[in-house]
Ligand binder design. Structure first.
Ligand code: SME
Length: 159
């Protein structure tokens, strides 16, 4: 049974350190990736109040919208397009401090001001991405990258 998240006060690292064990406990040995991505998106949204948190999964050569929390979003993204398609192509986390300065940024919500995208890499292949959007510029840095990568690596390890 799912229990309420306990939201830890403190700086960003402290919040992630408090949240990640709860995410792992919540998911347990569940293998269903839709269920697991849905709970990860909900937990991150609840803990940090991000504008949008969600997954795109690679299907037939495109990123296709998966479980998310936040405003409605575009359904398909091609490799190399936008922040998500760039993270996919480069197999690397992309942090965008100001989306207006990122050429080709795909604006799903006019409220989005900064963004981080972390690829889900399984056996050297990108199988999806975790995308997090903020309604403020400069919300994401290396701390988010470290902890969101931890979450994504763990998710892939139980896929
Ligand atoms: N901004 C993303 C598109 C996805 S939405 O933000 C949910 C991008 O440029 O790839």
């Amino acid at each position: 049974m799912a229990e309420d998240l306990v939201l830890v006060e403190g700086d960003k690292s402290t919040k992630y350190e408090g949240l990640i064990p709860q995410i792992k406990a919540l998911i347990g040995d569940e293998k269903d990736m839709v269920a697991n991505q849905a709970n990860v998106a909900a937990a991150l949204k609840e803990a940090f109040g991000f504008l949008w948190v969600g997954f795109y999964n690679v299907k037939e050569g495109e990123l296709v919208l998966g479980p998310f929390q936040g405003p409605v979003a575009c359904t398909r993204i091609q490799i190399g397009r936008g922040v998500c398609g760039t993270a996919w192509e480069q197999k690397e986390t992309v942090i965008v401090e100001d989306v207006e300065q990122f050429p080709g940024h795909i604006a799903c919500s006019s409220l989005s001001k900064s963004e981080i995208v972390v690829p889900l890499v399984k056996e050297c292949q990108v199988v999806g991405v975790l995308d997090v959007d903020s309604d403020e510029t400069g919300s994401f840095d290396g701390v988010d990258s470290i902890y969101l990568n931890q979450i994504c690596e763990w998710l892939v390890s139980i896929m």
